[in-house]
Design a protein around this ligand. Structure first.
Ligand code: ADE
Length: 258
């Protein structure tokens, strides 16, 4: 998969895409990340890329022309099989909220173009004419689209086949299957097995799988009931969750000694 990122801060994207799973995916040739700087397409001695908005008001907007030329160069840099144009995604707080379901869909694309805004944003006409989708990473405002683009590249990049050392770990992720992940424990020299649920030490793989499923259901019930409300549970899951909630309510009722 290939990402082409239109950004005034290519070093930032490049740095993020060299780290961890995404960096390894790049080294393995599973992922390509190229950056395109609108400043390289700006004219004049100062290579200006910002402009005052019509109608006045605070702040500046990104200029259309350098962006448009930069975008054309990025689009021309790679041709995908079947000559299908790569979608252009504008990272914006006004976009559709990024979810794991969207990440999965994006991960099946051979190429994505990401447009990172700076200043107060981008001229609406460029968005209307060039952008295929707007994506937000949450209900808060960042000072630019780069962090959001790095988030998207990470979430999508790690799903590329061969990027994770154990493909199962993506299947167990939070949000896959509409649930949060169960808790995890590891060997610890200082803590030993204290606080580790007995079942995880039992070697009984069926019981461990059941416990993990129950914890995923229970955690989602406690922390993200909105997710649970959108998930259809089978009879087994309902029984596991009922047992979890009974136990949790009983524990809440026991007065704690201080
Ligand atoms: N740019 C600024 N804020 C953003 C957000 N929340 N998501 C995506 N892009 C952004």
């Amino acid at each position: 998969m290939r990402f082409d990122v239109i950004t005034l801060f290519p070093e930032f994207i490049d740095h993020c895409a060299r780290i961890g799973v995404v960096g390894r995916a790049r080294e393995r040739g599973l992922l390509d990340v190229a950056c395109w700087n609108p400043r390289d397409y700006a004219g004049g001695n100062y290579r200006r890329v910002d402009e005052r908005p019509f109608g006045g008001g605070p702040g500046m907007l990104m200029m259309i022309e350098p962006l448009r030329e930069c975008l054309a160069a990025a689009r021309a840099a790679a041709v995908m099989p079947g000559d299908t144009p790569a979608p252009l995604i504008h990272l914006s707080p006004q976009g559709e909220k990024l979810t794991q379901a969207m990440v999965r869909k994006l991960a099946s694309q051979p190429r994505l173009l990401l447009l990172c805004g700076r200043y107060e944003g981008i001229d609406e006409r460029l968005i209307e004419r060039e952008v295929d989708a707007e994506v937000s990473i949450g209900d808060f405002v960042l000072s630019g689209g780069e962090l959001a683009a790095a988030v998207l590249i990470d979430a999508v990049g790690r799903l590329q086949h061969g990027a994770l050392n154990d493909e199962q770990s993506a299947v167990q992720d939070s949000f896959e299957g509409g649930l949060l992940d169960c808790p995890h424990y590891t060997r610890s020299e200082s803590l030993g097995t204290a606080g580790v649920p007995d079942v995880l030490l039992s070697g009984d793989h069926a019981a461990i799988a059941r416990w993990r499923r129950q914890q995923a259901l229970g955690r989602t019930w406690l922390r993200r009931p909105d997710l649970l409300a959108r998930t259809t549970l089978c009879d087994d899951d309902r029984a596991l969750l009922a047992a979890f909630s009974r136990e949790w309510l009983r524990a809440q009722a026991v007065p704690t000694s201080k």
